[in-house]
Design a protein around this ligand. Structure first.
Ligand SMILES: Cc1cc2nc3c(=O)[nH]c(=O)nc-3n(C[C@H](O)[C@H](O)[C@H](O)COP(=O)(O)O)c2cc1C
Length: 305
């Protein structure tokens, strides 16, 4: 096995290993990203930031589900102008790439926020397109291939850093959205964001979350996220980050075999901040056991005919 078997060139980003912190889990502070990097993450993704500060939804914003959680935070964030200071500071203390997650309400909005993030030093930008559609109540921006392509094109024109598009699983055929993103200029895809879900209390006979519906994450969604990665990798040669239910090395290996070249970890970080280290160690042992020289060697193997 090569000495740097775990390091990977992902869409121009040099990652020491294929694990990343998923968006939304550790907020916005440089210190918490530093803590995550020290725990062994190969890159960190910030919580999604928009053009203006937002307070988010009222409590409860999180509810426990079986083998997972449902959250509806409402994108609370300090706004990009305040956050650029934290990005600059992060760059002085982090030795791994910082990927800034961006959300917006229009293509112009996305592009303006992405540009400010890139100018402040973000190593890459990830687009969160699982936000509400301004014109269609209940729909997500990332459900419309046309709107997605428009956003990706404008962001791509505004920045000269790698552009990662994080797809929503709440679609009939994720490959249609993947195609729209790639043709519009995405350098890589993250698959996937949370699954639309609801929890209802049998006693109060009402939805538990203040926002009623939220996004399901954690172990229970892994088979769905894995299928999304597999479907995209079956049709496109784009670099993919698998996300959804990764909590141990075996999960990470499954995503690599499905066609991802890196994984993001969200919900599992809340249980164990050292999860990055244990996954990396486990993947390394697996590569050795399978006589693979590097992570690259096992990417997409589940597609063999
Ligand atoms: C509390 C919480 C907040 C999240 N906030 C964001 C966010 O701001 N932007 C985003 O793109 N995804 C967000 N996500 C989704 C995660 O990044 C990830 O896609 C999802 O949780 C699936 O991965 P996991 O099963 O490892 O948690 C959030 C997830 C959770 C649980």
């Amino acid at each position: 096995m090569e000495s740097n078997a775990l390091s990977i060139d992902f869409a121009g980003l040099n990652l020491p290993n294929p694990t990343m912190l998923a968006s939304g889990i550790m907020g916005y502070s440089a210190e918490s990203f530093h803590r995550i990097a020290k725990s062994g993450a190969g890159a960190v993704v910030t919580k999604s930031v928009g053009s203006q500060p937002r307070t988010g939804y009222a409590n409860p914003t999180v509810v426990q589900a079986e083998s997972g959680i449902i959250n509806a935070m409402g994108l609370p964030n300090p706004g990009i102008d305040v956050f650029t200071e934290e990005i600059k500071f992060s760059k002085t203390i982090l030795r791994v790439p910082i990927i800034v997650s961006v959300f917006g309400y229009s293509a112009e909005d996305y592009a303006a926020v992405a540009k400010k993030a890139a100018d402040a030093g973000a190593d890459a930008v990830e687009l969160n397109v699982s936000c509400p559609h301004v014109k269609q109540t209940g729909a997500e921006i990332g459900q419309s291939p046309k709107l997605l392509a428009e956003i990706v094109q404008q962001v791509k024109a505004a920045i000269n850093k790698p552009l990662i598009v994080k797809l929503s699983p709440n679609v009939t055929d994720i490959t249609v959205l993947a195609q729209a993103a790639v043709e519009a200029g995405a350098d890589a895809l993250t698959a996937v964001n949370t699954l639309r879900a609801i929890a209802i209390d049998a006693e109060t006979q009402m939805p538990i979350l203040a926002n009623k519906k939220g996004g399901l994450s954690g172990a229970c969604m892994k088979p769905v996220a894995l299928r999304c990665v597999y479907d995209i990798a079956d049709q496109y040669e784009v670099p993919i980050i698998g996300c959804g239910g990764v909590s141990n090395w075996r999960d990470a290996v499954e995503f690599l075999l499905a066609g991802a070249s890196a994984v993001q970890i969200g919900t599992a970080v809340a249980d164990d901040i050292e999860v990055f280290q244990s996954i990396t160690k486990g993947v390394e042992n697996y590569l050795r056991k399978k006589n693979a020289r590097s992570v690259k060697d096992i990417v997409g193997l589940a597609h063999r005919k």
